[in-house]
Unconditional design. Structure first.
Length: 152
C-alpha cells in the first residue's frame, strides 16, 4: 500500500482538496485499495476545523466527494509513516524538512512536480481562486496516479 500525506499551511483548503481529488482519482482508476491518503497542516491555527467552504463548493461542482476531515497538524511520526509527503508550496516543504530533520528518506515533494512544474499551488485562502487551485491540484494528483500506477 502506498501511503500519501498531502500538506498545506492550515489543512482546510489545498491539502484537503488534494486528499479528496486523489481519493476520487484512485477510486475511478480502480486502485483505491493500493493507497492510504491523508492530509495535514504545518501550522496549528486551523486544527479541528472542517474543509473551507470554497474547497467544499469547488469539489461538489466537479462531482468529487469531499472526504470527511478535520484539520490536523503533521507530526514527526507522520514522516516515518508515509511514503510520500506532498506539499502544496515551497514554504510547506521547508516546514516539513525542519520537522523531518532534512528529509533523510527523500520523500518530500511539491505537488506540481508531478505535473512537470516547480510552481507552488496558490493558496485560495489568500487568492479566493478555488478554480485555479483545483486545476493545479487535479493536475498534480493525476500526475501522481500516472507515475505510481502506470497503465499497461
Amino acid at each position: 500500500m502506498i501511503k500519501i500525506l498531502f500538506i498545506c499551511h492550515g489543512n482546510i483548503c489545498r491539502s484537503t482538496m488534494a486528499q479528496s481529488v486523489m481519493t476520487y482519482l484512485a477510486k475511478e482508476a480502480g486502485v483505491q485499495d493500493e493507497f492510504h491518503i491523508e492530509s495535514a497542516a504545518t501550522s496549528s491555527e486551523e486544527i479541528g476545523n472542517p474543509p473551507h467552504p470554497g474547497t467544499v463548493a469547488k469539489l461538489r461542482q466537479e462531482g468529487i466527494p469531499v472526504i470527511p476531515h478535520r484539520a490536523v497538524r503533521m507530526t514527526r511520526d507522520d514522516y516515518d509513516e508515509y511514503d510520500f509527503i506532498i506539499c502544496m508550496d515551497s514554504e510547506n516543504v521547508r516546514n516539513v524538512q525542519r520537522l523531518s530533520e532534512g528529509d533523510p528518506e527523500e520523500k518530500i515533494y511539491k505537488l506540481l512536480t508531478f505535473a512537470g512544474s516547480e510552481m507552488d499551488v496558490a493558496d485560495p485562502w489568500y487568492t479566493g481562486d478555488f478554480e485555479a487551485t483545483f486545476r493545479d491540484v487535479y493536475a498534480g494528483c493525476k500526475g501522481i496516479l500516472d507515475e505510481l500506477m502506470p497503465r499497461s
